[in-house]
Design a protein around this ligand. Structure first.
Ligand code: KG4
Ligand code: ZN
Length: 347
């Protein structure tokens, strides 16, 4: 069963064809990084216009790379939220048109479910149940995943998402947008224990996240550092990047392991753009393996926003008869608990 997955939730125009919910036949992405780079963040109005420009070519690229025609598709899955309204509308209305004209089922997908299920695009996928952290520019959410379509939210950001903190700290350090990859690279030549930036663990039982205090602390440190040393003293910009990254990793790994202890699962899934971070992956693997817990993370192309994860989610919803229709609308906020629960596959 071939599903076309479309995601235009933020600043990437993505389309992919996935067979039977796990076999990726193509995965096309048009990145808008260059467009938003001068502004240090995504400008929603520009993002929507760029999606309009790129939607048709990206879908054509996905179909031709898969060696398929529209008539070979069994479904069109599209992200309906959460995300930027103007961006989401482009993907949804394109998908509606394509599905309607060609008499193909349309499936509306929650972007966060896409990130969780992205791990099933890999050959090495976990057994249910597992704990999943979807960590990116817009979210830092911890879930107990019992089955396809059965997700319990365990923790969420009280302020900035982790990726947002990476992006803002990169801006403070004049490293450009997006910040994650550049901070990770710079950190490799820095000393992670040089500056004791704060770790917000919140209350002992809390599985929620807060990164705005860390971001403010870095901003204050950097303005004083620039005044005192002009950036030419004992502390290098790489030390600041590395110390910041360590603080984020400490908190993410601590909360993930806490969620694992609370639920008693034996697998952890790390997904979303920040999951590209190798230092985070390695630390989590090391700590989890001490407890006999397995860590699963998709390859970077399936961690950042992509159509393949939406197609995979679409497959599971479609085989349970969940179709969208022409009145389906986009949602800027769309808690995953508000997606319909789908029955276990063997019922
Ligand atoms: O999942 P994604 O492509 O889009 C959202 O749904 O937000 O994630 C993008 C986020 C950005 O904040 C980016 O800085 C971060 O993921 N990111 C990273 C790395 N690569 C991307 N953060 C830390 N380390 C990385 N290597
Ligand atoms: Zn995302």
């Amino acid at each position: 069963m071939n599903i076309l997955g479309i995601d235009t939730s933020c600043d990437d125009t993505s389309a992919a064809v996935v067979a039977d919910g796990h076999r990726v036949l193509s995965n096309a992405v048009n990145s808008q990084i260059k467009l938003h780079h001068p502004y240090g963040g995504v400008i929603p109005e520009l993002a929507s216009r760029e999606h309009i420009r790129n939607m048709v070519p990206v879908v054509q690229e996905a179909l031709s790379a898969a060696g398929l025609k529209v008539k070979d598709l069994n479904g069109v899955a599209v992200t309906v939220g959460p995300g930027l309204i103007g961006s989401l509308l482009v993907g949804l209305y394109y998908a509606k048109g394509l599905a309607y004209v060609n008499h193909i089922p349309l499936i509306g997908i929650n972007h966060l479910e896409g990130h969780i299920l992205s791990i099933f695009l890999e050959e090495k996928a976990p057994q249910f149940p597992f704990v999943a952290l979807t960590v990116s520019g817009g979210h830092t959410n911890l879930y107990h995943v019992e089955e396809f379509g059965s997700y319990t939210l365990l923790g969420q950001p009280l302020d900035d998402a982790a990726g947002e903190a990476f992006d803002k700290v990169a801006k403070i350090l004049d490293l450009g947008y997006p910040g994650g990859a550049v901070i990770e690279k710079l950190s490799q030549s820095g000393q992670g224990d040089k500056i004791p930036f704060p770790r917000a663990y919140l209350s002992p039982e809390s599985l929620d996240f807060s990164f705005s205090g860390l971001k403010t602390s870095v901003a204050l440190y950097v303005s004083k550092w620039r005044e005192d040393e002009g950036g030419k003293g004992a502390v290098k910009v790489a030390d600041i990047a590395s110390s910041f990254q360590e603080a984020v990793i400490d908190v993410l790994v601590h909360k993930l392991m806490k969620a694992r202890d609370k639920t008693g699962v034996s697998s952890i899934v790390l997904a979303g753009g920040v999951a590209c971070n190798q230092a985070l992956r390695e630390r989590l693997r090391d700590i989890a393996s001490e407890k006999g817990v397995k860590v699963y993370s998709p390859r970077p192309a399936y961690c950042t926003d992509n159509g393949a994860m939406i197609a995979a989610s679409g497959y599971h919803r479609m085989i349970h008869g969940e179709w969208a229709n022409l009145s389906t609308d986009v949602r800027s906020k769309f808690p995953i608990q508000e997606t319909l629960s789908i029955a276990p596959q063997n019922t």
